[in-house]
Design a protein around this ligand. Structure first.
Ligand SMILES: CC(C)(COP(=O)(O)OP(=O)(O)OC[C@H]1O[C@@H](n2cnc3c(N)ncnc32)[C@H](O)[C@@H]1OP(=O)(O)O)[C@@H](O)C(=O)NCCC(=O)NCCS
Length: 365
């Protein structure tokens, strides 16, 4: 058995060696010195290394509130390959994922990277998606996943639409669910903006307002879907988030208009505690469900946010979250079929001091 140095957490003094290793291992898509420095500081990530100076590393990203671990990068110095170092680091990653009670690990690999693909396949990773022209050199990528809980089936392929503005999470979540219902349709930014123009509250804490449950329900009903609006109370959503009286008045006026218009449609409005069980029932009825959540548990921002609730099983909910980091084109990987414990989902539901909950169920007529 070849000698392998133990795995340790990287520290600040490893930075130069990591930058050099990155250069030796990757021709394109390298992590910059700045990024590596960031990953050496505390955060929702772990950088594990072997050797002194560093001979190999693996970088894991966690996402607060979720049960997904992403292997963001793995590299072994060419001089140290073929000694089982990558396997050892991958096993350590799995161990850390277990400690985080993760449900699955995900990563991307270049389709032509045969050594890495052989490694991942030997460790039980399966391809869940193809990523055309994913890398800087134009090469295709594959999205791989390993499930850590045996009884679960593989993640499905799902439409994904990343919101193109800060305030269009509702329309973006709706568009992916619409594409799931009507796969022949393809949506673009103008569809996103048109939905928003119909459904926005105009104002919110800062910037443009997002979409209210009533506005979004109305916009979907006007597009010919069968719609059900679930709300925990009939208060005016988001009105508490603005201070100025004139803004409050406008939010109220828009809300009353939505409510009045909804009454002329076949939309069923249900005032309910909106438990996870009620959501499960909606999915079992075949609805696509859009959820209003508070992002506090996910990113410490108390912002209202819309996601598509794709599925639920005994312990987890799976969401498509349209909010991707625009500087990280890889982040859409994390945002598809993102597993969240049901206990966590219950905390995510409920926005603002009133803990207002809302969901929109919709389907083809
Ligand atoms: C891919 C990489 C991490 C493998 O590192 P390594 O330490 O040499 O791999 P290991 O010795 O732990 O090998 C583990 C398994 O991977 C597979 N593997 C590794 N190198 C391989 C090669 N050149 N050809 C085929 N299979 C290979 C084998 O299944 C091997 O198991 P085995 O030894 O029982 O046959 C390394 O080649 C590397 O750093 N490449 C450049 C960076 C990179 O591509 N990173 C992955 C990005 S997704």
């Amino acid at each position: 058995m070849p000698h392998r140095p133990p795995i340790r957490t990287a520290q600040g003094s490893d930075l130069d060696a990591l930058v050099e290793l990155e250069k030796r291992c990757f021709a394109t898509d390298r992590l910059s010195r700045r990024s590596l420095r960031h990953f050496l500081s505390a955060g929702q990530h772990q950088l594990l290394v072997c050797g002194e100076p560093v001979q190999a590393y693996i970088l894991l990203l966690f996402r607060r509130g979720t049960s997904l671990v992403r292997i963001y990068s793995l590299a072994v110095d060419p001089a140290w390959r073929g000694r089982g170092m990558a396997r050892q680091l991958m096993e350590a990653a799995e161990q850390r994922a277990h400690e985080h009670q993760a449900l699955f690990l995900r990563l991307e690999v270049a389709a032509n990277n045969h050594p890495a693909r052989a490694l991942y396949s030997a460790l039980g990773y399966h391809s869940i998606d193809t990523l055309p022209a994913y890398y800087e050199d134009g090469g295709d990528g594959l999205r791989l996943e390993k499930r850590l809980v045996r009884h679960l089936t593989q993640s499905p392929r799902l439409p994904f639409y990343a919101q193109t503005t800060e305030f269009t999470c509702g329309p973006a979540a709706a568009l992916m669910a619409m594409e799931h219902l009507q796969p022949e349709r393809q949506f673009s930014q103008i569809d996103e903006i048109n939905l928003w123009r119909e459904a926005t509250t105009v104002f919110m804490t800062q910037g443009h307002g997002g979409c209210s449950p009533q506005g979004l329900a109305l916009a979907l009903s006007n597009r010919g879907f069968k719609v059900e609006l679930l709300q925990s109370s009939d208060c005016i959503p988001f009105i508490d988030s603005v201070r100025r009286e004139d803004k409050k008045q406008l939010i109220a006026a828009v809300h009353h208009y939505f409510v009045e218009q909804l009454a002329h449609t076949f939309t069923r409005v249900e005032t309910t505690a909106l438990t996870t069980e009620r959501l499960r029932q909606a999915l079992q009825q075949g609805y696509r469900t859009l959820l209003l959540i508070s992002t506090y548990q996910l990113n410490r921002n108390k912002a209202p946010h819309w996601v598509w609730l794709v599925a639920m099983d005994d312990n987890f909910a799976y969401i498509n979250d349209p909010d991707c980091d625009p500087d990280d084109r890889r982040s859409a990987i994390d945002n598809t079929y993102l597993p969240i414990r049901l206990t966590m989902l219950d905390k995510l539901l409920g926005y603002g001091k009133r803990g207002y909950r809302a969901a929109i169920n919709f389907g083809n007529k």
